[in-house]
Write a protein that binds this ligand. Structure first.
Ligand SMILES: Cc1cc2nc3c(=O)[nH]c(=O)nc-3n(C[C@H](O)[C@H](O)[C@H](O)COP(=O)(O)OP(=O)(O)OC[C@H]3O[C@@H](n4cnc5c(N)ncnc54)[C@H](O)[C@@H]3O)c2cc1C
Length: 415
């Protein structure tokens, strides 16, 4: 992987801002299509610092040709999810086989970057994109600030923005930024010395007392360590984590001897995709376009899914030498056709969950157990396209009953 700055006298057909998973995958797809593409990443090393739990669906990774992964990236696989109310009521969904995996995100990002380079993409580290070059209403390239160098201008026919949640450059292209009411603030810690943990289960702690606006999670690795985190739409997430570790009836027992070895903070955008993801000579993809699941905050699979469409759109524009937004809008249309139903359902689910008091969360988990919702979902391995998954599950009587109950719960919470 390129670690030092190379001379940049060349002009790329396409430039990608950011060497996160979405930026690298965009570059990989472009390079495979024969496009001359350069990725600019501000950090000296891909994937570092990492801000993500790396909990992904095996099925989606497989569909994208990214599973199985090389040794050292997969840290564990899971077939069970345990959900807890703030009072400690437990509801489990346990499948017959592993459906999710937790990845070492830094190594996963580095793997994607290496794949992109192997396919012919150029990757420049230590290279911060300061601003977009805009001329006559078109994005024509980038101003780069490399460490220890003067600012440089890089010309490009098309720019693909994968800068992540900061979305600073997005605004310069005239696109609206992420929706602030949809943002939650996360803390994620590396922990060791866990007690009473099922190794093939992820733990999810629901309820306003411990994680208002989101939830807490514990994702164990096979080596006895785990990723522990939560996100909130108010207050200080670190304080909420302290409360979870010391007072939650289940988490406090699992974590009574736990030691935090590392801690980090980052925002997650749950508001659904931004209104417009394209401009003249410009496409936004991944977290910066808020292509993130509003229920779980997972952005990797949807980001990679949209990255492929962005690459195909950019390739077509390059071939036709036509970069006006009316040609690029097909990118947004294809992403919407694929994901809008799921986003619509997940946004409603998020609103529903946020509306519940802790007592109602407790009641909801009890009802789910009683109705056998876990059993009804036993063979369901779709966790990304949740709208389609839910629509399919509505053929099952226990899911219909649970759905009717949730509707009543929502109406009673929002009269
Ligand atoms: C605590 C937490 C846990 C999460 N857990 C999960 C999970 O389990 N599963 C899941 O699917 N998703 C998860 N997510 C979301 C996931 O991390 C993101 O959706 C994913 O990283 C998006 O990838 P990206 O490439 O769009 O952005 P990023 O991963 O943020 O990458 C953006 C890259 O662009 C670079 N960059 C930014 N600005 C510039 C610039 N001006 N010039 C050059 N480079 C620049 C950054 O350095 C970075 O490398 C989690 C998020 C958080 C905060």
């Amino acid at each position: 992987m390129t670690q030092t700055l190379q001379p940049r006298s060349h002009t790329s057909d396409a430039v990608v801002i950011g060497g996160g998973p979405v930026g690298s995958y965009t570059a990989l797809c472009l390079a495979k299509l024969g496009v001359n593409v350069t990725v600019f990443e501000e950090h000296p090393k891909i994937g570092v610092p990492s801000h993500c739990a790396g909990h992904l669906s095996i099925r989606s990774l497989r569909t994208m040709g990214l599973y199985p992964l090389p040794n050292g990236i997969v840290e564990n696989t899971f077939r069970t999810a345990n959900f807890y109310s703030p009072a400690g009521t437990k509801f489990s969904i346990s499948l017959s086989h592993p459906v999710t995996t937790v990845l070492n995100r830094a190594r996963f990002d580095q793997y994607l970057a290496r794949q992109a380079e192997a396919a012919g993409a150029h990757l420049l580290l230590n290279s911060r994109v300061q601003s977009l070059m805009i001329s006559e209403g078109y994005v024509k390239g980038l101003d780069i600030q490399a460490i220890g160098k003067k600012e440089e201008k890089i010309f490009s026919r098309i720019t693909l923005d994968a800068e992540g949640i900061s979305s600073r450059l997005l605004k310069q292209a005239g696109l609206t930024a992420l929706k602030t009411p949809g943002l939650v603030y996360a803390v994620e810690a590396e922990v060791e010395n866990l007690q009473d943990i099922e190794q093939d289960a992820v733990e999810v702690y629901l309820g306003k007392s411990y994680a208002p606006g989101f939830y807490g999670w514990l994702i164990p690795r096979l080596d006895g360590t785990a990723k522990l985190g939560l996100a909130t739409n108010r207050g200080n997430p670190r304080e909420f984590l302290r409360e979870l570790m010391s007072k939650h009836p289940v988490a406090s027992k699992q974590l009574r001897k736990a030691k935090i070895t590392q801690i980090g903070y980052h925002a997650i955008s749950l508001g659904g995709p931004i209104d417009r993801t394209y401009a003249n000579g410009f496409l936004a993809v991944g977290d910066c376009a808020s292509q993130v699941k509003p229920t779980t905050g997972g952005g990797v699979i949807f980001g990679l899914t949209c990255a492929k469409i962005a690459a195909e759109t950019a390739n077509k524009a390059i071939k036709q030498v036509y970069f006006f937004s009316d040609a690029l809008q097909i990118y947004q249309k294809r992403c919407s056709d694929l994901l809008n139903f799921d986003f619509m359902v997940m946004l409603r689910l998020r609103r529903f969950l946020n509306s519940l008091s802790d007592t109602k969360v407790d009641e909801m988990l009890r009802v789910c157990s009683k109705l056998g919702v876990g059993k009804a979902l036993r063979n369901e391995d779709e966790i990304d396209f949740q709208g389609k998954m839910l629509a399919k599950s509505l053929a099952k009587p226990s899911i219909i009953a649970a759905f009717a109950y949730f509707a009543l719960l929502y109406l009673s919470a929002n009269p």
